[in-house]
Write a protein that binds this ligand. Structure first.
Ligand code: SAM
Length: 210
């Protein structure tokens, strides 16, 4: 169930759902999502669904990973990318070949260490990880061309907006637990442009570290 056929079927499904960016689709096809979940769930890893990764967290649904990645890619360069919510490491693995450098922050240490191991196995050397509350971003390394958050705050943290370069994009779910807006914010010379891309359901962005 981790065969090329199941991966091809997932990619066809994403295309049917409107994902058209070929770079993103090829990365979804070629990135082994089954290594980012527990062995017991490997047979479900090419279904278009979020799956549990422990500690009450999930690996995001492939459609949402593709949608967020394509939204960032379509509007400018990705030299320096910040991810808030490393989780399993899968989204970082998808971003890695598309970016100069990926910086990813996770508040749950055991998840971070597991992600570090998996990204190491795939020899993805342009991903740097940090154990921290990502709602503060990674100020020492700002500004970023792109910021992606894979957990939902009730409001966009000002600190993330402050760390966007001019022309930089921030894609994230925003809203209360349950259903949130997936938004794309772009920093221009004049201010911030906001666009709602979709309705999504993410785990909440929480403060502090574990
Ligand atoms: N990108 C992940 C992947 O590909 O597996 C998705 C992981 S899950 C949907 C969201 C992650 O965000 C969880 O691992 C959670 O612990 C983390 N998270 C929540 N609030 C956070 C915060 N303030 N700082 C850093 N990580 C946070």
């Amino acid at each position: 169930m981790t065969s090329q056929r199941t991966r091809d079927r997932l990619v066809r499904r994403l295309q049917d759902e409107g994902i058209s960016n070929m770079q993103v689709l090829e990365l979804i096809r070629n990135t082994p999502r089954h290594i980012f979940v527990d062995e017991a769930l490997a047979s479900r890893s090419y279904e278009d669904t979020a799956l549990p990764i422990g500690h009450g967290q999930t690996i995001s649904q492939p459609y949402v990973v593709a949608r967020m990645t394509a939204a960032l890619l379509e509007s400018g360069p990705m030299n320096k990318v910040l991810e808030v919510g490393t989780g399993s490491g899968y989204q970082a693995a998808i971003l890695s070949p598309l970016s100069g450098q990926v910086y990813s922050v996770e508040r749950i240490q055991p998840l971070l260490e597991q992600a570090r191991m998996r990204l190491g196995e795939l020899l993805l050397r342009n991903v740097r990880l940090k154990h921290s509350d990502g709602s503060w971003g990674w100020p020492e390394l700002a500004p970023f061309d792109a910021i992606i958050a894979t957990a939902a705050p009730e409001q966009v943290p000002e600190s993330l907006l402050d760390q966007l370069a001019i022309g930089g994009r921030l894609v994230m779910p925003v809203g209360p637990p349950g259903v949130q807006d997936l938004i794309l914010l772009t920093r221009t010379e004049e201010g911030i442009e906001r666009k709602v891309l979709d309705k999504v359901s993410f785990v909440p962005m929480l403060g502090g570290v574990l």
